[in-house]
Design a protein around this ligand. Structure first.
Ligand code: ATP
Ligand code: MG
Length: 398
């Protein structure tokens, strides 16, 4: 078997063949497409939302679907939303569609198709778009699945990724979206993906919002330990690298967090590969098992230190107190914590409520009897960072 350049990709969305598990989610996505049921896919940052959706789209294309992936990350205006949608369609290998997009842009005085890097949005020179231009463009672009279906009978999968950012571009854009999407019946299926579970919930389960009950929920949780262990053991075996007892403790630390799992596996691989190829001492040489795993985790903390610091700096004092207690295994809102941190229990309770609602940093599983379980960190590295705060997490070493 050829060895991939990055056997443990940990940075960008990954190719379908690198995906571990997610079979249930992919089956649900495919069933929903067949039934034209719209889904909302929510999960914390870096849990593999985009990767799963790319795999889903690839599978649908195999069966003749058209698929577009619209990334709404950071959009701030309707014109920008239009550009994102238009450039997603422009990526399809469809000359007529591209010509149509160009014509639409020209008609409205908007630059809708990106010309390579450094794409700019906004009025083309000497053409002034009317104030209604973005509205008109949005209406046409949102109805593209319908026009295309009428042309060739091919249904379209439309993924709106980072969907929670839509409202930053306009508080009523979910209403605009719904007013089009609801008439697409056979022509399209929609998946709305987002990384702020609380915002996603609000968009779809608040009776006051236009998208209320318009998409069924699909949550992306941690990866199952057994699947990860078996897949990663195979990958190390294919590389002819022996993880010398460090893999299980590393995967235990990663606790199924997809990106953290891959980051730790990558760092282990880097160490093992250095040992194998250079046959010279690395600074971790001689280490095995848990000691090696600990050293690899140390490298991961050094690499991610700045990001953890940024998260921490953005938190209120109450949230910091709660997160410290959870990292230390203490009761986050108990009297001991309150006393130790000089906060009132009410402050801690409200901070924990908010953290829980946001679902970004901590979450709570249900026990087998259906009760709420212990609070735990979404990102195990953040937990370790918080616990070891104030300690220097040495140089990253690349
Ligand atoms: N099923 C999986 N198998 C293996 N690795 C995965 C899987 N899902 C996610 N990953 C890892 O997580 C990383 C992030 O994946 P991806 O970008 O798809 O997540 P995301 O939820 O879309 O993130 P973001 O919130 O930043 O948009 C990948 O680079 C990969 O290392
Ligand atoms: Mg993503």
């Amino acid at each position: 078997m050829a060895t991939p350049v990055r056997p443990f990709p940990f940075e960008t969305p990954i190719a379908p063949e690198s995906l571990i598990d997610r079979r249930t989610e992919l089956a649900r996505l495919s069933e929903a497409a067949a039934e034209r049921v719209h889904l909302r896919l929510a999960g914390p940052r870096r849990f593999g939302k985009t990767s799963v959706l790319l795999a889903h789209a690839a599978a649908l294309r195999e069966t003749g679907w058209r698929t577009v992936h619209v990334d709404l990350y950071g959009v701030t205006s309707l014109s920008e939303v239009c550009l994102r949608i238009a450039s997603s369609y422009a990526r399809l290998d469809d000359g007529r569609l591209k010509a149509y997009l160009d014509a639409l842009g020209a008609r409205l005085g908007l630059s809708l198709t990106a010309a390579g890097p450094g794409l700019t949005l906004g009025p083309r020179q000497q053409e002034v778009p009317t104030p209604e231009a973005p509205q008109t463009a949005a209406a046409e672009l949102l109805d593209l699945p319908l026009s295309l279906f009428q042309r060739d009978g091919i249904p379209t999968l439309v993924v709106f990724d980072e969907f929670q950012d839509l409202l930053s571009a306009g508080g009523s854009l979910d209403g605009l979206l719904r007013s089009h999407v609801q008439y697409h019946a056979e022509a399209a299926v929609y998946v709305y993906a987002g990384s702020q579970p609380s915002l996603m919930r609000r968009l779809f389960s608040d009776r006051e919002r236009p998208l209320y009950a318009q998409a069924e929920p699909l949550d992306l949780g941690p990866l199952p330990f057994v699947e990860v262990l078996s897949e990663l053991s195979d990958r190390f075996a294919a590389l002819e690298e022996d993880p010398v007892g460090a893999l299980v403790p590393l995967l235990t630390t990663a606790a199924g967090h997809p990106q953290r799992t891959m980051l730790l596996a990558h760092l282990l691989h880097r160490e093992l590969s250095a040992r194998k190829h250079r046959q010279m001492a690395t600074d971790l040489s001689g280490l095995e098992g848990i000691a090696l795993a600990d050293a690899v985790v140390g490298r991961a903390l050094a690499m991610t230190n700045e990001a953890h610091q940024a998260v921490w700096d953005g938190l209120s004092a109450g949230k910091k107190a709660v997160l410290s207690a959870i990292a230390d295994g203490d009761s986050p809102t108990g009297t001991t914590t309150a006393r130790r941190l000089g906060s009132s229990r009410a402050t801690l309770q409200s901070a924990l409520r908010e953290l829980g609602k946001e679902g970004q940093h901590v979450t709570r599983d249900r026990t087998s009897s259906g009760d709420q379980g212990q609070w735990r960190y979404v990102d195990p590295l953040l937990a370790l960072w918080v616990r070891g705060r104030g300690r220097a997490f040495g140089p990253a070493g690349g």
